[in-house]
Design a protein around this ligand. Structure first.
Ligand SMILES: C[S@@+](CC[C@H](N)C(=O)[O-])C[C@H]1O[C@@H](n2cnc3c(N)ncnc32)[C@H](O)[C@@H]1O
Length: 187
């Protein structure tokens, strides 16, 4: 069976992450990806979870409490400030782009911030590590972000990175797709 995009994104991360690792949720929103990452790194690991909206931080916090999770640092700031909070090596990161479901549809991820954050994560990504973006692009501003990311990732040197696009090409209404970057080697 072909996995839908979110299960596929989670599957990629779960293949790579080990207990004790440090990972990033760059857009925690309602906390679904944060919980997946928390389980993958276990009690000895750590998840840095970012969001610019107080509502998203509160929603994720509630989910963490319900699930009795204690290995997540919630950071109410833009993901392009990652360097201020994370200096460890990272095994995996996830971005779920677009707007917070059920909330203000005008607060969206923006290409400049997203690419700024990706640059900082790539610099901290371990050899064999993975960065995954779930790209939603049907909303106003989404097409611009999608194109900026495709342009940016297309330039990644294949000696150092594998870059994958995964999505369904026969779905209606701008279906989301996955962009994933695997760091093959560091030098
Ligand atoms: C599609 S939602 C994320 C859904 C989430 N991963 C989940 O599992 O529920 C996108 C989120 O990105 C957040 N966001 C937008 N710009 C951001 C930025 N510059 N830094 C961090 N988060 C941002 C929005 O507030 C929103 O909550």
């Amino acid at each position: 069976m072909l996995k839908r995009v979110i299960p596929f994104a989670h599957h990629l991360i779960e293949q790579v992450v080990k207990p004790g690792d440090h990972v990033i949720d760059a857009t925690c929103g309602n906390g679904h990806d944060t919980i997946m990452l928390s389980r993958a790194v276990g009690e000895a690991g750590k998840v840095y979870a970012f969001d610019i909206q107080a509502e998203a931080i509160a929603n994720t916090k509630n989910r963490l409490v319900t699930e009795s999770v204690s290995n997540v640092e919630l950071i109410h700031d833009s993901h392009d400030q990652i360097s201020q909070y994370v200096d460890q090596q990272i095994t995996a990161a996830i971005f779920n782009l677009g707007y917070l479901p059920g909330s203000d549809k005008t607060v969206i991820t923006k290409p400049g911030h997203t690419i700024g954050a990706i640059q900082q994560i790539i610099a901290r990504l371990k050899q064999g590590g993975i960065l995954v973006c779930v790209v939603y692009h049907g909303h106003p501003g989404g097409e611009e972000e999608k194109n900026a990311l495709l342009d940016y990732f297309t330039e990644f040197d294949q000696q150092y990175f594998n870059v994958l696009r995964y999505g369904f090409i026969n779905q209606k209404n701008n279906p989301p797709f996955v962009l994933a970057v695997e760091k093959k080697k560091t030098d």
